[in-house]
Design a protein around this ligand. Structure first.
Ligand code: NAD
Ligand code: WQD
Length: 349
């Protein structure tokens, strides 16, 4: 497996930069394409600092077919890990066309370039946000899909496209069928233990963990806890937080699985990547205060539209078929997020 070259789209971003580190450390060559719409090139300098190895970087847009064609002709890519896309739920409601263009059209262009280069192994960044309403708070892969915002729908549309693409192989009896893993992430948080790479959101963060970190460092005055009247153990929302390093290790396991017996005849399969247990907002705040020995001032605010009371993964399929499970604890996630935040108060700027 070592010596293979992996194309990482969106590799300068939060999860992508962590994936670059794990891939390089596992002996892969890495080519990144990123348009830096939501990231800085400094993340890849830091990847080099951590690993002592460099990735080959293309500053470009996945919607630019010419760049992709050139890239596939220059490098012998075995697998693509596709992170590139826009991910802010609120922004997607304001700019649906931008989200569909970047995420759905961008993926179409990438798939065409892959097909032309006969590169047919793909690991796709999907999201737990593709799931629809459910009686159970613990989500399994066979649960019905039903995203409720344009961002989530863009992910579900891409999943549909990828399932159709794979299904077409059995009709055409393709000799080199598509092998596709749809990885549905729950709530990635934390950072590499070096504190050199981490999440660097633009402006005021939407997500809980970066918001809490910025309150703890004094950039933001206080956290608003969105609702304390949910039917949960302490009334606040429960999510399945997963350490970003555990998460990217799941991608390496997925690459191995795509090359293995389970995908010998091709296929497109979804896997939850989550810890399999939930934490409440107040539990996150408590863990943060304990690990950092700082206060996180907060106020109780109204519920945020579109939020579920509770959502966590059934991660059994990933354990069974990818031999992957989350290993790090909530304290690890918080300590690593804090190391990144405190060493880089202004992010990569
Ligand atoms: P991120 O914004 O940090 O990384 C995405 C990267 O893609 C950025 O570097 C951005 O510049 C790049 N990009 C965006 N559009 C592009 C385009 N058209 N061409 C080239 N590059 C482009 O986000 P992240 O948190 O690292 O997320 C990575 C992937 O995982 C995304 O697809 C996201 O939807 C998905 N995901 C993220 C989360 C999460 O909570 N972070 C959860 C579930 C799924
Ligand atoms: C977590 C909990 C909030 C902020 C989002 C996307 C999802 C996925 C991951 C990409 C909830 C509460 C939050 C705050 C709060 N991304 N909260 N105060 O909503 O589970 O998922 O990120 O695919 O698509 O929707 O994550 O971090 O925003 O919220 O009380 O300032 O924290 O209500 O219970 P979410 P989050």
């Amino acid at each position: 497996m070592n010596g293979q070259t992996i194309l990482v789209t969106g590799g300068a971003g939060y999860i992508g930069s962590h994936a670059c580190v794990e891939l390089l450390e596992a002996g892969f060559n890495v080519v990144v394409i990123d348009n830096l719409a939501n990231s800085k090139i400094e993340s890849l300098n830091r990847v080099r600092q951590i690993t002592g190895q460099a990735v080959t970087f293309y500053q470009g847009d996945i919607r630019d077919k010419q760049v992709l064609t050139e890239l596939f002709s220059k490098h012998e890519i075995s697998t693509v890990i596709h992170f590139a896309g826009l991910k802010a739920v609120g922004e997607s409601c304001e700019q649906p066309l931008n989200y569909y263009h970047n995420n759905v059209y961008g993926t179409l262009v990438l798939l065409e370039a892959m097909r032309e280069a006969n590169v047919k192994q793909l690991v796709f960044s999907s999201s737990a946000t593709v799931y629809g309403e459910s009686d159970s708070a613990q989500y399994s892969e066979h649960f019905p899909l039903g995203p409720i915002n344009p961002y989530g729908r863009s992910k579900a549309m891409i999943e549909d496209i990828l399932r159709d693409l794979s299904a077409a192989d059995s009709i055409t009896k393709s000799a080199s069928p598509w092998k596709i893993a749809l990885l549905r992430y729950f709530n990635p948080i934390g950072a590499h233990e070096s504190g050199l790479i981490g999440e660097d959101p633009n402006g005021i963060p939407n997500n809980l963990m970066p918001y809490v970190s910025q309150v703890a460092i004094g950039k933001l005055a206080q956290l608003s806890v969105f609702g304390d009247d949910y039917p949960t153990r302490d009334g606040t929302g429960i999510r399945d937080y997963i350490h970003v390093v555990d998460l990217v290790k799941g991608h390496i396991k997925a690459i191995a699985a795509l090359a293995g017996e389970g995908f010998r005849h091709g296929g497109c399969k979804a896997y939850n990547l989550g810890a399999g247990r939930g934490c409440s907002v107040l539990e996150i705040i408590n863990a943060f205060e304990k690990v950092t020995d700082r206060k996180v001032p907060y106020q109780i605010a109204p519920r945020r539209a579109g939020d579920l009371a509770e959502c966590y993964a059934n991660p059994e399929l990933a354990l069974k078929e990818l031999q992957w499970q989350a290993e790090k604890t909530l304290d690890d996630m918080v300590a690593d997020a804090w190391r990144w935040q405190s060493k880089n108060p202004a992010g990569y700027a």
